[in-house]
Design a protein around this ligand. Structure first.
Ligand code: C2E
Ligand code: CA
Ligand code: CA
Ligand code: CA
Length: 278
């Protein structure tokens, strides 16, 4: 019996060590990826219905791991959170987004860059000082950046999160409630968070042409958001009829494969430059 117990402990210990080694290598590979370009940002443009032009882009993280190949961003974000690397990753994203915003805004009209803020970071006391450091170092106009937040189980301290978001907004950042209408971002969010923008989730947007219920939900949400002085962005627009219906419903900004897939920064800048010159 003692022998059997000893072996179980041994196996448990071996598993623990393997996990620790895996996490350590994940951590090292994330750091390495940020340095060598295995980790990069794709940019998905956003279409302003009122101005009839591309008015911004969302930065979406990509990781081509040399060993495992491309890793899905939500899976990768989760791993980075577990490995305790989400702060470094987010500040890296912010730094990259600042460079992107500078390049877009070097010519042509105002161009907004959106980044995603992990729920694990949003209530952290260190968030504001870290962001302020980067902003001071890079000297950017924060109004060119939009920070998208989604609620997940990770956001435990709501008052602290709201405090942080208010401070970010006071710095000049625009705030966006991502995935609105899903379980993760609901009316209480709209009531409590200081926000400028609401992103309608793809799960609703993709159904508005063929399903009356979703059409009513989206139409009402747009009206509600406008009453609260929010800009409405629809995500996941995959075809022309959805794109046109959203215009009729008064949506402000559209994002989705119908407009463009996420592209590299160079691709998007080239396209934007060509459009702006016309
Ligand atoms: P999200 O913030 O809701 O981003 C929108 C997702 O929808 C992106 O997936 C985008 O590529 C995809 N998408 C855009 N247009 C369409 C469309 O017309 N049809 C369909 N079917 N999909 C469309 P992606 O790039 O795989 O990112 C997945 C999620 O990973 C994001 O969802 C976001 O939650 C997270 N994520 C990505 N980058 C970051 C980051 O830098 N930081 C954090 N914390 N999370 C990130
Ligand atoms: Ca987003
Ligand atoms: Ca979203
Ligand atoms: Ca999402």
């Amino acid at each position: 019996e003692a022998l059997k117990h000893g072996r179980t402990v041994e196996m448990f210990e071996a598993k623990r060590l393997a996990n620790a080694a895996w996490e350590l290598s994940l951590l090292a590979r994330i750091d390495e990826g940020m340095r060598n370009g295995d980790i990069w940002l794709a940019y998905q443009p956003q279409w302003d219905y009122h101005e009839a032009r591309l008015s911004g882009a969302e930065a979406l993280i990509r990781w081509n791991d040399p060993v495992r190949g491309p890793i899905r961003p939500d899976e990768f974000i989760l791993q980075a959170e577990q490995a305790g690397r989400i702060d470094a990753l987010t500040y890296w994203v912010l730094d990259q987004a600042i460079s992107a915003a500078e390049r877009f805004n070097a010519f042509g009209p105002r161009f907004q860059i959106s980044i995603n803020l992990s729920a694990q970071l949003v209530d952290k006391p260190s968030l504001i000082s870290s962001v302020a450091d980067i902003v001071r170092r890079r000297g950017i106009d924060c109004r060119l950046l939009t920070i998208e937040v989604t609620e997940t189980a990770g956001m435990c301290n709501r008052p602290a999160a709201i405090q942080n978001l208010m401070k970010l907004r006071a710095m000049g950042f625009r705030l966006s409630i991502d995935d609105f209408g899903t379980g993760e971002a609901s009316l209480s969010y709209l009531a409590e968070l200081p926000s400028d923008e609401l992103k309608l989730d793809r799960r609703f947007v993709s159904k508005i042409v063929h399903h009356e219920r979703e059409r009513h939900i989206v139409a009402s949400t747009i009206n509600l958001a406008h009453a609260l002085k929010q800009t409405v962005v629809a995500e996941g627009i995959e075809d022309l009829s959805t794109f046109e219906l959203l215009r009729q419903l008064g949506c402000d900004v559209g994002q989705g494969y119908h407009i463009s897939r996420p592209e590299t920064l160079d691709q998007l800048i080239a396209r934007y430059a060509a459009l702006t010159k016309q």
